[in-house]
Design a binder for this molecule. Structure first.
Ligand code: EPU
Length: 353
């Protein structure tokens, strides 16, 4: 009897929740890969998420689909997080920061635009990064000298099995370069539901020494830039190098920039004195993977519809109908070429499904 009642309640929940069967994932991944999802549930509130998790605790959690390469149809149920809402949770005039909480399903760039409109500073260097707020934490997104860890204070996450809510502080997220606890110990265990950021609202501290930001500001004859102008400069730089996924399927940087010991790097430098690098610790340097790929002549390389972007070699693209496997094979080829020439193993930044 109890079993039947549970089944009946499950059925009611399934109907309420709009569980879709065998749907195409093409609109849900920025690579534009065609693949089928056996079971797909889009949740728009925390309550819907709780209900979906109670029915499908093994579900794969889907955000904006901007850091994923799908290589096969997905049998595992998928829960797509589409919760929306941004609230200013604390604005104390004696405090230097305003605390802004965004629901996990908010589009990241919409969140950045919200901050710029309200003149809240800190997120401007992360303008025009694709994906949703929840997922930004998982891989600690970063660009132009700023990472999500620099502005995030805490996040809330639901445990997938016991459905309790846990708060992770910034330190507890164990952020590293494109790394966090959600890629390691907490992987597959929690669903991030909201993220709180500390942003400046009066005196902004600008980060404009990285890359071409200064150059673009000078071209525009901007001497004391506002956060909105810094954002505009970054958007201009990104648009000049990175393909728009609506026009050319891609997932941003496909590989991480490799970090190697200074000792190993000095042997490389003897052979390749032009090789760019950034010091990341007293004993390690980071080498731009884009440079390594470019220097092997692979920028613009194309096999079928899978290619290495012609303006930024770190980005792999789907020209039209590449399968996930085509892109994956290209990625393996790139890794092999780099390893054979430099003895460096490139790690994929994108999640392979
Ligand atoms: N480079 C080349 N050829 C290329 C690409 C780059 O020689 O085809 C050289 C550039 O000349 C430059 C260096 O590599 O000296 C670095 O290039 P860039 O400034 O474009 O940055 P990146 O290291 O390739 C990283 C992030 C990007 C982020 C930019 C700007 C990673 C994996 N990628 O790229 O993040 O936008 O810095 O901060 O750390 C993303 O994660 O999706 C992403 C786009």
């Amino acid at each position: 009897m109890i079993f039947r009642k549970t089944n009946y309640l499950c059925l009611i929940n399934l109907i309420k929740m709009n569980v879709q069967k065998n749907i195409s994932l093409k609109p849900y991944n920025t690579f534009g890969i065609e693949a089928l999802a056996s079971t797909f549930i889009e949740v728009k509130s925390e309550q819907e998420l709780q209900e979906a998790l109670s029915l499908f605790p093994e579900a794969y959690i889907w955000g904006g689909g901007s850091n994923i390469l799908i290589t096969k149809d997905i049998e595992r149920p998928i829960i797509k997080i589409s919760t929306k809402g941004i609230s200013v949770s604390k604005e104390n005039k004696n405090d230097k920061f305003v605390y802004v909480t965004a629901q996990a399903g908010e589009n990241w760039n919409d969140f950045v635009q919200f901050c710029l409109k309200n003149n809240y500073g800190g997120a401007e260097n992360l303008s025009l990064i694709y994906g949703n707020v929840g997922a930004t934490l998982v891989q600690n997104i970063g660009a132009y000298g700023v990472e999500i860890k620099d502005i995030m204070t805490e996040c809330k996450a639901i445990h997938k099995e016991n459905l309790t809510t846990h708060t992770f502080t910034n330190a507890e997220c164990k952020f590293g370069y494109r790394e966090s606890i959600f890629k390691n110990e907490a992987k597959d265990k929690y669903v991030i539901t909201s993220v709180t950021f500390a942003l400046s609202y009066e005196k902004h501290t600008l980060q404009i020494n990285y890359g071409d930001i200064q150059k673009v500001l000078e071209q525009e004859e901007i001497k004391n830039p506002t956060i909105q102008q810094v954002s505009q400069a970054i958007i201009q730089i990104r648009q000049s190098k990175l393909p728009n996924p609506q026009e050319l399927g891609n997932s941003g940087s496909f590989f991480k920039n490799p970090i190697v010991s200074k000792e190993f790097f000095s042997t490389l430098q003897e052979k390749y004195p032009q090789m760019p690098y950034y010091e990341v610790s007293p004993s390690q340097v980071k080498i731009p993977a884009g440079y390594l790929i470019d220097s092997c002549g692979l920028k613009g390389y194309r096999k079928g519809d899978a290619g290495v972007h012609s303006k930024q070699a770190l980005v792999l693209v789907n020209y039209a109908n590449a399968s996930g496997k085509d892109i994956y094979e290209l990625a393996l080829y790139v890794q092999k070429v780099i390893f054979d020439k430099y003895a460096i193993q490139l790690d994929m930044e994108v999640n392979i499904l």
